[in-house]
Write a protein of this length. Structure first.
Length: 235
């Protein structure tokens, strides 16, 4: 199958070692890097930050800006085919998925995964999208003048987990909400990443104190297993 690097949270500086590890997975001197910033509304500042961070990692960078620009289907296909790495930014997962479905990008990303023509990567919303279901604070769930959590279903379902990014902030809420699901939960703290490569699944982190967990309810009994994670460095 394909390759995935799903980063649970943090920023480009704290995730520098993970990003460098991901870029090295492409066995080319110059890597073609496509940023999809749909979840942030293609925020210019976000795009600029991505350009600087990954430009320093020997990447040629382009962006697919579905909320601020118009594309033909062939133009979208050409950008996706050009990329060695497709990196999805954070933001509103619910809105992102709606826009992707409108443009057929959800279907196209699934095909890329099946054919393994690019690494599929991202952070927060851009990590959640590769799984069966996600624990989200997207604005669709804002309640009582504060942020509420809810499920974003109908994701790309490349792996059958309920995915929770930023688990250090959502621990109690996610653990309780998981009772509603029959699918196992994958709860990951910021500065950790789920990696699929060459048929193997493993976990990496850029912060030694960060953790990730596999959890599920079996006959109403809560089971939580801390996952083994490889620490990666910027060297």
């Amino acid at each position: 199958m394909g390759r995935i690097v799903a980063i649970a949270g943090g920023d480009l500086q704290s995730n520098n070692a993970i990003n460098k590890y991901m870029v090295k997975m492409v066995k080319k001197t110059k890597k073609n890097f496509l940023f999809i910033g749909t979840a942030s509304g293609d925020a210019e500042g976000y795009i600029d930050t991505i350009n600087v961070a990954f430009g320093c990692l020997n990447c040629e960078i382009k962006s697919l800006c579905l909320t601020t620009q118009k594309y033909t289907e062939s133009e979208i296909d050409a950008l996706l085919a050009w990329a060695d790495i497709i990196y999805v930014g954070g933001g509103n997962t619910f809105s992102m998925m709606e826009i992707w479905r409108k443009h057929g990008v959800d279907r196209k990303l699934k095909e890329i995964y099946q054919k393994d023509t690019a690494i599929l990567a991202g952070i927060s919303a851009g990590a959640m999208c590769w799984f069966n279901c996600g624990h989200s604070d997207s604005e669709i769930f804002w309640v009582n003048n504060g942020v509420g959590y809810g499920w974003v279903n109908d994701l790309l379902d490349m792996h059958c987990f309920v995915y929770c990014p930023h688990y250090e902030e959502r621990k109690g809420n996610f653990d309780e909400m998981l009772k509603e699901k029959t699918v196992p939960g994958l709860a990951m703290e910021s500065d950790t990443a789920f990696v699929e490569e060459n048929g193997a699944i493993y976990f990496i982190k850029s912060n030694e104190s960060a953790n990730a967990y596999l959890m599920r309810y079996i006959d109403e009994r809560f089971e939580k297993i801390q996952l083994e994670i490889q620490v990666v460095s910027i060297e």
